[in-house]
Design a protein around this ligand. Sequence first.
Ligand SMILES: [Zn+2]
Length: 410
Amino acid sequence: MNIFFYIILLALLLEYSLGLLSSLLNLKALKLKPPAELEGIYPEDEYRKSQQYTRTNTRFALISGTFSLLVLLAFWFSGGFNFLDQFVRSFGFGPIVNGLLYIGILSVAYMLITLPFSIYATFVIEERFGFNRVTPRTFILDRVKGFMLAILLGMPLLAGILAIFEYGGAYAWLYCWAAVTVFMLIVQYIAPTWIMPLFNKFTPLEDGKLREAIFEVARKADFPLKNVFVMDGSKRSGKSNAFFTGMGRNKRIALFDTLIEKHTVPELVAVLAHEIGHYKKKHISQGIVISILHMGLLFFLLSLFISSSGLHEAFFMSQQSVYTGLVFFGLLYTPVEMVLSVIINMLSRKNEYAADRFAVETTGEPQSMADALKKLAAGNLSNLTPHPFYVFLNYSHPPVVERVRAIFKG
Ligand SMILES: [Zn+2]
C-alpha cells in the first residue's frame, strides 16, 4: 500500500461519491410543475413521463456505476492486473504484442461486462419510453462495426504509442503527442465520409422550401454552405438532434430525419443557424485546439509516471512494463480528468449561449429559436429542472429554461 494506491482509490471513491451526490440532488430537484417559461411544453401526463424518464435513467446509471466500480476494485484487490500480465507474458511475445494483448483483453472484458447494461438501456428503458428504434440486428451490427474500427484504427495507434514509449527515449511523449495529433486530425477529416456512413445513411436534403430557407440563412451568415445532409437518426431512436462535423472542405451539417419531421421550417432554420454559429464563433477549431493541448498534457504526465515502480506496486505487479504503466496511469489520471471535464463543460455551455445568440441575430427570430429548443426538450423528454450541481458536473449544454431566458434577455 503506497501513496499511488491511496491516491487512485480516493480519486475513484471521490468521483463515485460526487456522481452519487449530484444524482440524488438532481432527483430531489424534480418539481411538480415545469418552470414558468416552459409552461405548456408538455401536456401534464407527458411532463410526469419526462420525470419518470429522469428517475429511471438516474437509478440505472447509479446501479451500473456501482457495479463497474465494484468489479474494478475486486479485480484490482485480488491481483487481477498481475495475473493477466503473467498470463499474457506466458506466450513469449515481445513487449508491443504483449501490450496489445493485455489492453485488448481488458477492453473486451469491459465490453462484455457492460454489454447486459447496454442491452437493458436500449431494449428495456428506451423501449418503455417509446424512443427505441434499434432492432437486435442493428444492435449487433453496431457492436461488430465498432469492434472492427477498434482493430483497424485503435490497434495501430496503440501499437505506435507503446513502441514510442518503449524505444523513444526521453522525448517519447513529444513524439507521441505529434503522432496522435496527426492521427486525430486525419480521423476528424475522414469521419464524415468514411466512418459515420458505416453507422448511418446521409442523404442530401431535397429541394424545397426548407432547403431554400437554409441556404438563405447561410448566405446571411456568410457561411460557405455546400450541402446539408439528412441523417437517418430514426434508425436508432425517436430522439432528434443536429450537428456539425468534419473539417476544412470536408465539413458538413447534418439534421436528423426525426428533427425535420417534428419542426417547422423557421425552427429548423434557427437550429441550423445555431450550428453555423458554432463554426463562425470558432467553437469547432477551439475544440480541436483544446483536445490537442489536452493530449500534450496527458502524454507529458504519462511520461513522468509510466515507468514508476511505485505505481506498479500499487497494483501488486511482479514485473513492470510500458503497457501496464499506460493502464495504471489512466486510473491515476482520474482526478485530473474530472477537473478538466468540468472546465470543458463550462466552456461548452458558454459556447451554446453564444451560438443561440448568433442564431437569433442572424435570423432575427428569437421566438423560432426558443420554440425549437422547447420542442427538442419535450421530444427528448429532457429534465426541465436539473439541479445546478448536476449541471455543473455533467451538462455540456445549459438547461433549456436558461437558454430560453437568455434568448429573450437579448
Ligand atoms: Zn450547440
